[in-house]
Design a binder for this molecule. Structure first.
Ligand code: NDP
Length: 294
């Protein structure tokens, strides 16, 4: 018999989770602030609870898929008496401190709590490519691992209830910055008469090539050198990369394309150069970012 699951929050992500769990044979109860958003999952077989308290009462395992943690308080603040004995798995985005506080709040009301971050777009939930970070008490994670694995491969990070969100935000840090740089590069190319449709396939060569470029040798992990405080610049130097950063800013300025993003990158390389690390590898810019670096 599959574990009954409650899903609270029916944005694109919550709906994708419900459809996946229904396909896997789970009995699913849902609640959403905007009731109309439940129509699709109800037609697929989910039970729509009348109130948040009824939704929580319906299943021992309750998954939250909301915009942020404030939404959890807004929804469950009036249902705290239903929380005792429940496992809340909050897969909503927020900062690590907020997720730790959210866990403490739920635990005060007798609930067990996991935090998590879904690392896949909604349409890919439940596919082989999907994975989800979790953190929180190991026994709580293990108790529902099998059900949670239906959403995507679980990657458990340990007891620290802030760590899953820190990892989620770290990925999104790379993702959002990369997407913004892709748009900046496209705007820059437009100034040379290159359309966005012509620019995209060219720029994707760099996007998809980064993994290979960073694996500097067979099985070598550049992170190990960063951990050891080593930044050998024998193949390329921060000074060379910094000069290119200067050129990107100059080229953008010349054609009136915004310089906010490349200027931020340029400033990191300038810090490295000004501090005498120009002959190191580009990885030295991490010291311009670390709290103790400057
Ligand atoms: P949406 O913004 O579409 O949905 C958010 C849900 O939160 C809705 O059910 C909304 O209710 C509810 N909500 C927001 N604020 C409140 C509130 N104050 N009170 C009650 N309910 C509230 O988000 P998604 O479904 O796209 O994403 C959900 C989570 O999953 C987010 O944290 C997101 O970062 C994460 N995620 C999403 C991905 C995606 O592809 N969509 C990919 C990876 C992660 P209502 O319908 O009434 O507005």
């Amino acid at each position: 018999m599959s574990t009954p699951v409650t899903v609270i929050g029916l944005g694109p992500m919550g709906q994708a989770m419900v459809h996946t769990l229904l396909r896997e044979g789970h009995q699913v109860t849902v609640w959403n602030r905007t009731a109309g958003r439940a129509a699709d999952v109800a037609a697929a077989g989910a039970t729509v609870a009348a109130t948040p308290a009824a939704a929580v009462a319906a299943s021992k395992l309750v998954i939250l898929s909301l915009t942020d943690y404030q939404a959890m308080y807004d929804i469950l603040g009036s249902a705290t008496e239903a929380l005792a004995g429940r496992t809340l798995v909050n897969l909503s985005s927020d900062s690590p401190d907020v997720t730790r506080e959210g866990a403490a709040w739920a635990e005060q009301h007798g609930a067990r709590f996991l935090t998590g971050g879904v690392m896949t777009p909604a349409p890919m939930v439940g596919t082989e490519a999907a994975y989800v970070y979790y953190s929180g008490p190991a026994e709580v994670f293990e108790a529902d691992r099998e059900t949670l694995a239906k959403l995507g491969a679980p990657r458990y990070l340990g007891e620290d209830l802030g760590l899953a969100q820190l990892m989620y935000l770290a990925h999104l840090d790379v993702f959002l910055t990369s997407l913004a740089s892709l748009m900046h590069a496209t705007a820059l190319l437009e100034s040379g008469g290159v359309t966005a449709s012509a620019a995209f396939p060219e720029l994707m060569l760099t996007v998809t090539g980064i993994g290979e470029m960073l694996a500097v040798g067979e099985g070598e992990n550049p992170g190990a050198q960063i951990d050891a405080g080593e930044h050998p610049g024998d193949l390329s130097t921060a000074a060379m990369m910094g000069a290119t950063a200067d050129h990107i800013v100059a080229a953008s300025k010349a054609v009136g394309v915004d310089t906010g993003l490349p200027a931020a990158v340029q400033a990191y390389y300038a810090w490295v150069r000004d501090n005498g690390y120009g002959n190191d590898n580009w990885t030295r810019i991490i010291d311009a970012m670390r709290p103790q670096g400057r």
